[in-house]
Design a protein around this ligand. Sequence first.
Ligand SMILES: [Zn+2]
Length: 129
Amino acid sequence: MPIYEYRCNGCGRRVTLFWRSFSEIGEATPRCSFCGGEDLTRLVSRVAVVRSEESRLEALADPSSLAGLDENDPKSLARWMRRMSQELGEDLGPEFDEVVDRLEAGQSPEEIEEAMPDLGGELAPEGEF
Ligand SMILES: [Zn+2]
């Protein structure tokens, strides 16, 4: 589940977008959640990914962008993902909902990936993007 940060060239704000898969990024147009603009510059290659192989949330960039997120606390992660989803104003699909539901129930990312083996099947090799 890749998460990217963008800078909106319309309103100048920082936008964090959550994607279901790497392939979706290539198909969808990132849109500013503040002004709706589509002129976004990606700030960092990859902020955070729940990796299938290591089954943990990695913060690879500015830690402040994940403020309030305790990656060791599934419920904190669920709240953060839900906020992401609300800011996006989009339906992120049943898989996303199920992951958030499971996190809120206190399941760890490891348990979730065991229960949902299809997750993370489209991860790109390290270093891409
Ligand atoms: Zn904007």
